[in-house]
Design a protein around this ligand. Structure first.
Ligand code: HEM
Ligand code: HEM
Length: 183
């Protein structure tokens, strides 16, 4: 009898495979931490716990940016195999997922752009990504300051909508949607 791990790694008609689930839950975990660091920063940035949490915000944000790019590429390569979203509600769900991707990419991207424009060095996890120095680039810092936080809170609201829809599927319509990513 031959055994192949491939079906469990790839997405299929009735659910997401191991890789897609790995991306989904790892990013859900890191995003939860990221919003927690932002919330503590807003509430009282002077407290030791807030400062400790905030000290990870830039690095984890960079990691989230790398992960969303990889996840997007993986999603594209699995697009034909993913569970179908049929009908008007299905199209709305696909649009919602697309909006989640757009914001998950835009939020860290515009922060990294601002970091670059600020001409300050940036070495996430010790990787010398931006060496700093040189001229400040005004439009980059302005765009980042005008939209990073705003887009991030919009992302949080959209995640709230996503969670609400998963709950409606599971507890009201009692269908198999939650099992695609969970069970
Ligand atoms: C998906 C990733 C990220 C999320 C969800 C996120 C979330 C947030 C949120 C909600 C705020 C608003 C806090 C407030 O209202 O004061 C914020 C602020 C901030 N973030 Fe992020 N962030 C991410 C990535 C990054 C990255 C990659 C950097 C830097 C390289 C960064 C740097 C900052 C800075 C400097 C602020 C304070 C200034 C501002 O409000 O724009 N963030 N972030
Ligand atoms: C930070 C939090 C979250 C984000 C950003 C997020 C994002 C997404 C995205 C983009 C998809 C589309 C499939 C993909 O490309 O991976 C998806 C699917 C899904 N998510 Fe989440 N998710 C989050 C948290 C959760 C949580 C906490 C649950 C469960 C309670 C959940 C349950 C699901 C389910 C069941 C699907 C499949 C839906 C379908 O195929 O129509 N998600 N999620």
């Amino acid at each position: 009898m031959s055994y192949s791990a491939t079906p469990y790694m790839l997405d299929h008609g009735s659910g997401y495979g191991l890789v897609s689930r790995g991306f989904h839950w790892l990013m859900a975990l890191l995003l939860t931490w990221q919003f927690l660091t932002a919330l503590l920063h807003v509430i009282d940035r002077q407290r030791a716990v807030s400062a400790m949490a905030w000290s990870t915000h830039h690095d984890v944000g960079f990691l989230l940016f790398v992960l969303v790019l990889l996840r997007g590429l993986w999603g594209l390569s699995n697009a034909g195999r993913r569970p179908a979203h049929a009908g008007r509600l299905g199209r709305l769900a696909s649009l919602g997922h697309l909006a989640l991707y757009a914001l998950m990419a835009y939020v860290p991207a515009v922060a990294l752009l601002r970091q670059f424009g600020s001409a300050r060095a940036f070495s996430p996890f010790g990787i010398p990504l931006m060496k700093g120095g040189g001229e400040k680039i005004g439009w980059m810092t302005e765009l980042g300051s005008a939209s990073h936080a705003l887009a991030a809170w919009a992302l949080l609201a959209l995640i709230g909508g996503h969670l609400a829809m998963v709950m409606v599927h599971h507890f009201v319509w009692k269908d198999e949607t939650a099992a695609r990513m969970v069970g």
